[in-house]
Design a protein around this ligand. Structure first.
Ligand SMILES: Cc1cc2nc3c(=O)[nH]c(=O)nc-3n(C[C@H](O)[C@H](O)[C@H](O)COP(=O)(O)OP(=O)(O)OC[C@H]3O[C@@H](n4cnc5c(N)ncnc54)[C@H](O)[C@@H]3O)c2cc1C
Length: 426
């Protein structure tokens, strides 16, 4: 099969699918290649937080733009996304945390985002009867939550309704260039000629870019999530207080926290210089493991043929959740929330999160090779910002002026000597 399109998108997570949706709105012919299923990886496995609160000030405009889209998205897509704009609640334990959050709230206000500092009594208005021991909290009322297992599918249907084509079980093996500019991709169904390719391949982006000799520092971290049975009404605020939880429409809780596992791969070694100082800053939140993933992903780093095999062998990355961690977190929830005293784990899962050294995404159109748009590296924030990221990637793909300043998300920051450090309020 030899096909042509105006734009090919690699990856049908929320970012690639939203990009297709916004491109199709402009009558641009777009083909999305997905090696597995739509939203099979991170985009269906996340907690479902749509959060501006606590974001890097450089990322706030992206998160705020996303909220504007989320507010009208159910109507626009004619779909139930289980969108609840119930706010985001976080707590702090001591004076240092309080000072950091006061500073963040001031910065957020300067950017037009309303967030409030709360006393423990005010926290109880959101979480009645809670036994959280804290000095205070912060609440952003315009934050929300949605159901990851339905959102990307709804975007796909709307994109298809406008003419976009989705090829699933169709891995892209290679990205072709002619005279320094992109000319198409080689996928499982043959060649697709296109002058513009959007790389929205999540955890696989760095591996795909190496095909072009482009180096993107990226690390995979394994995040685990537990789901409880349906519980009495607790809160409509997505909450983060040591343990993170949100109550879904059916009353069940998604429970997790910021601790992650890192399964060592050969990329860990190559990316060490870019990540090592951040690792030591957050050592307590990252557990290292040496397991079979190291060997599973070894050869694809060095050979195109091996990468092909990896892309089809791992059609959907489905790693093991950290059960010990999740049991402890659900026990915390039982202890902290009277209404969750009977909470039991009904389901668990995990996903590999793609992190960059500064935990900011890359949304950029490269000059070399011409025609390559990057929309990747969402570092654990991509569900919330996904719709806006898709809009911006679509603008770049059709050569329009981006509606946000994309300087913080430029690809060149990884190679121009910029000092890259993740922002953290606490
Ligand atoms: C446990 C967990 C909790 C999280 N919690 C939150 C949260 O609460 N809020 C939030 O905002 N974000 C959260 N995130 C992060 C969020 O899920 C991601 O940032 C977001 O889904 C990234 O979307 P994406 O489209 O870039 O990538 P993905 O959803 O990973 O999609 C990339 C797709 O590209 C495909 N692909 C890759 N290579 C190829 C190829 N060569 N050919 C064809 N297809 C290819 C993959 O199969 C995949 O489907 C969480 C993530 C995890 C794992």
């Amino acid at each position: 099969m030899d096909r042509t399109a105006d734009v090919v998108i690699i990856g049908a997570g929320i970012v690639g699918t939203a990009t297709a949706y916004f491109l199709a709105q402009h009558g641009i012919s777009v083909i999305v290649c997905e090696k597995g299923e739509v939203a099979g990886e991170q985009s269906s496995r996340n907690w479902g937080f749509v959060r501006q609160q606590g974001r890097d000030p450089a990322e706030l405009p992206l998160a705020m733009g996303a909220i504007r889209i989320w507010q009208g998205l159910e109507r626009e897509l004619n779909a139930d996304l289980e969108w609840i704009q119930g706010g985001n609640l976080m707590t702090f334990d001591d004076e240092v945390g309080q000072a950091a959050w006061e500073g963040w709230v001031t910065t957020a206000r300067e950017q037009g985002l309303e967030s409030q500092l709360l006393t423990p009594a005010e926290i109880a208005d959101h979480l009645p009867g809670n036994r959280i021991e804290c000095r205070g909290g912060v609440f952003t009322p315009s934050d929300g939550q949605a159901e990851p297992t339905v959102v990307t599918g709804a975007l796909q249907r709307a994109a298809e309704g406008r003419g976009a084509e989705f090829l699933t079980h169709c891995a892209v093996y290679d990205i072709e260039t002619t005279a320094g500019a992109l000319s198409g991709v080689v996928c499982e169904q043959g060649l697709i000629r296109a002058p513009v390719v959007v790389l929205a391949a999540g955890a696989w982006s760095s591996r795909m870019l190496r095909l072009l000799g482009v180096r993107l520092p990226q690390m995979w971290l394994r995040g685990s999530v537990a789901r409880t049975q349906a519980l009495p009404e607790i809160t409509s605020a997505a909450t983060w207080s040591g343990v993170a939880f949100r109550q879904r429409r059916d009353g069940s809780l998604n429970v997790a926290n910021r601790s992650v596992d890192h399964d060592l791969t050969v990329d860990t070694i190559f990316n060490l210089p870019a990540f090592v100082s951040n690792y030591f800053d957050h050592k307590r939140a990252v557990k290292l493991h040496f397991n079979r993933l190291f060997f599973d992903l070894l050869a694809g780093r060095f050979s195109k043929a091996a990468l092909r095999r990896e892309l089809t062998r791992f059609r959907i990355l489905d790693p093991e959740p950290n059960l010990g961690q999740l049991r402890g977190l659900v026990a915390d929830v039982r202890r902290l929330l009277p209404a969750a005293a009977e909470a039991e784990i009904e389901r668990t899962w995990a996903g590999y999160i793609d992190f960059t050294p500064d935990m900011l995404p890359t949304i950029d159109r490269l000059e070399q090779p011409g025609g390559l748009v990057l929309a990747t590296g969402f570092s654990g924030h991509g569900f919330g910002v996904g719709p806006m990221a898709g809009q911006l990637a679509a603008e770049l793909a059709r050569g329009a002026e981006p509606s946000l300043d994309l300087t913080p998300f430029r690809f060149s920051r990884f190679h121009d000597g910029s000092r890259l450090k993740p922002f953290s309020v606490d």
